[in-house]
Design a binder for this molecule. Structure first.
Ligand code: NG6
Ligand code: CA
Length: 522
């Protein structure tokens, strides 16, 4: 059942009404005023699978903090990121546009230019427009700089998050496994000594510098594939880097550093509405848990960093509790793509996984067009407005966060570049149990359309060595033939029904084509 939005707004905003001002450039309406605006905090894990936390069925690892949030809010069983890899998922979540529409939104190199144009409407800029202070802490991986020339990491680094709506940022610029291995805070590399400038290259090694190939036997963590360019903290990375010694991060304390920055942001903004996008490095490679989490599971470091992630969630919750903000904060926990075991390092993830199923009952994982790639944990808690203990099967997607949380604040998003973002606030807050009519899943090699119980995967022929851009241990979900699955009867996508129901295949293929052509979700 859909509820009348104005009714709903009234009920939560104690009588505040929507104004009529137009937001130049995007047609957003001026929103509600007053102090009842809920804070919004999203804790966005990296590569955390549908089956990786205990409230989604994991037994080999325990995640009590996450489970508690689920018990106090809504646990979604059909929640999706848009893509099976990081950059496109984050792009879609922030811009409200499916990433496949935009070239250059694949996994970004560590020296990639900013892929979201400055000034564009984003989830953050919409929240800013609603009077929120906005911050991003953690993994960025959406590029920095204008791309006109190679980014100089020793100067002001811009454009960046500031230019798309974030008041504050503290970043891992790309990923933990690629250079530069330094934090950036508000345009500057943290702790950089000017006399030791940083240089980054993704083309050529710096002459005379050790690499993961030349000094393999000295590595603290060996690689399985790639990840053998620069050696930073004894770990081979993607890309080369020299200089900036004083600025290099410490892998084992990264979770604590990032959580500390997220907590500080909340504390600084306790008196005003705030939007925090806290993107953890966990559980991405290289998985290097702090000593206090080592051997907390029998699964090796992949299990231990899940425990570490859960701890970080607990720290954020503790802060919200201590400041008396928990009840009026919408807390979201999710992931940017599905799980992967071997993603480039010999960290025993495969050998020690035991009976644990990182993607739960789903097929595939990170990179895959099967649902393990894009169906992820999604939990939303808002004690003031949502009753706890709910499980929702509504079809929901991160691409809708922009339009939905803008709508919650009385802003209607109506812009050319965010037409895939639909106002699904009723589903996200548990009132609507159905959610979207359809959504598009982007595997690394092909697209899929989910509509009701049906899932259609676009046929794709791949060469034999396709795994170099996917992962040799994960089915990438492609087939030269069309695939059709009944996700209700066959959540594990084992039984291809395309030949049995050719008319459904035809209808869904045409629908997907139309959605692609339209340039927005209609
Ligand atoms: C891939 C890397 C993988 C990981 C991924 C990004 C290779 C062969 N693989 O290209 O290790 O870094 O990119 O992960 O280099 S993501 O979660 O940020 O998308
Ligand atoms: Ca990821």
């Amino acid at each position: 059942m859909r509820i009348d939005r104005r009714q709903f707004m009234k009920s939560f905003a104690s009588g505040a009404i929507a104004g009529a001002g137009l937001w130049a450039g995007c047609g957003l309406q001026k929103g509600l005023s007053g102090s009842t605006k809920p804070n919004i905090v999203i804790i966005y894990a990296d590569d955390l699978g549908f089956g990786d936390v205990s409230c989604y069925g994991a037994t080999a690892v325990s995640t009590p903090n996450i489970d508690k949030i689920a018990a106090q809010g809504i646990r979604f069983t059909n929640g999706h990121c848009t893509s099976a890899t990081c950059t496109p998922s984050r792009y879609s979540m922030l811009t409200g546009e499916y990433a496949f529409r935009q070239e250059g939104t694949g996994i970004a190199r560590g020296n990639a230019a900013m892929i979201i144009q400055p000034g564009r409407t984003t989830w953050a800029s919409a929240m800013q427009q609603c009077g929120y202070k906005t911050g991003v802490v953690g993994k960025w991986h959406l590029g920095l700089g204008d791309g006109k020339e190679e980014l100089d990491w020793n100067k002001d680094i811009k454009p960046g998050p500031h230019e798309i709506g974030f008041d504050y940022n503290f970043l891992v610029p790309a990923t933990g496994d690629r250079v530069p291995c330094v934090y950036v805070e508000n345009r500057r590399v943290v702790n950089l000594d000017k006399s030791d400038p940083i240089k980054v290259s993704y083309d050529e090694p710096f002459p005379g510098e050790p690499t993961g190939v030349s000094h393999r036997n000295e590595l603290k963590l060996d690689w399985t594939h790639d990840h053998n360019d620069a050696i930073i903290n004894g770990v081979g990375r993607l890309g080369y880097m020299i200089g900036g010694k004083s600025a290099i991060w410490d892998d084992e304390t990264m979770a604590d550093v990032l959580t500390g920055k997220a907590v500080d942001f909340i504390k600084r903004n306790k008196a005003n509405p705030f939007f925090l996008y806290f993107a953890t490095h966990d559980v991405h490679v290289p998985r290097m848990p702090h000593n206090r989490f080592k051997d907390k599971t029998d699964m090796g470091s992949r299990g231990d960093v899940i425990v570490q992630f859960d701890y970080c969630v607990g720290q954020v919750v503790k802060t919200l509790n201590e400041l008396g903000l928990a009840d009026n904060t919408i807390l979201i926990i999710s992931s940017d793509n599905g799980p992967v075991l071997d993603d480039g390092y010999k960290d025993q993830a495969i050998e020690r996984v035991g009976s644990h199923k990182p993607a739960g009952p789903l097929r595939g994982g990170k990179y895959s067009a099967f649902s393990g790639g894009t169906r992820v944990p999604l939990i939303i808690r808002w004690p003031d407005k949502i009753s706890g203990g709910q499980v929702s099967n509504a079809l929901v997607s991160q691409v809708d966060f922009l339009a939905s949380f803008a709508a919650l604040n009385g802003l209607e998003v109506d812009c050319d570049t965010c037409g895939d973002s639909l106002n699904q606030i009723d589903a996200l807050l548990g009132k609507d149990k159905t959610g979207r009519k359809h959504l598009i899943q982007q595997g690394r090699l092909t697209l899929a359309l989910v509509e009701g119980k049906w899932k259609y995967i676009v046929p794709k022929k791949v060469s034999k060595n396709h795994w170099t851009i996917t992962n040799k241990f994960i089915e990438n979900g492609t087939s030269p033939k069309e695939q059709l699955y009944d996700m209700e009867a066959d959540i594990g996508e084992r039984n291809n029904l395309a030949e049995k129901y050719p008319e459904i295949v035809k209808r869904m293929a045409a629908k997907l084509e139309k959605l692609i052509e339209a340039g927005k979700t209609i």
